[in-house]
Design a protein around this ligand. Sequence first.
Ligand code: DX5
Ligand code: ZN
Length: 217
Amino acid sequence: MRDTIIAPSILSANFSDMGNAVREIERSGADWVHVDVMDGRFVPSITFGPKMVGDLRSFSKIPFDVHLMIIEPEKHVAAFASAGADYITFHLEAVVHAHRLAQEIHHLGKKCGISIVPSTPISDIDFMLDFLDLVLIMTVNPGVGGQKIIEPCLRKVETLARLRAERDLQFLISVDGGINEETARLARAAGSDVLIAGSAFFAALNKKELVRQLKEL
Ligand code: DX5
Ligand code: ZN
């Protein structure tokens, strides 16, 4: 089993104090900063764009894991790449030419992820698995933080982990939505490597301790 990667989401931070939120993430011992980009189209909420990534870049050296919950992500990946994203994840449901976009992200010198919403089956990304650095399984319907996990989504994590082993692939499996101390255990047992946590991380009084606990699972 690979080491757990903890990726707190700045969606749950105070938007007027993002620089400090990123510093807090790094100080907690977490591995990545998860950046939720929402456009009010693919999901109802609107958050921020590449300028936020660029402005935050100088606050930490740890990888920025950018999760694009936007339509037409192909129009924006170059801007996020030059702003300093390390992983760029787009939604399968938002594109026709997933393979072309993955190629483009790789040409930009970035790691590429694909995410699927709870109602999308793993079979829909089967073809793409050979071309990815990361698969992000949404364990809530994307749009807002603080929701309860939809547990059957973890069966998709199990399927994905099995396919990865069968095909000897190396992509990371990430889970996003409703992850806390209890659900993280289930997500790890199902085979995920990256635990994304928004509300659980920013609500924790002792963030270092939370990260330590999550890493020990
Ligand atoms: C949800 C976002 C998540 C969100 C998770 O649409 O993709 O990254 O921040 O928040 P929690 O951990 O509160 O469910
Ligand atoms: Zn996310």
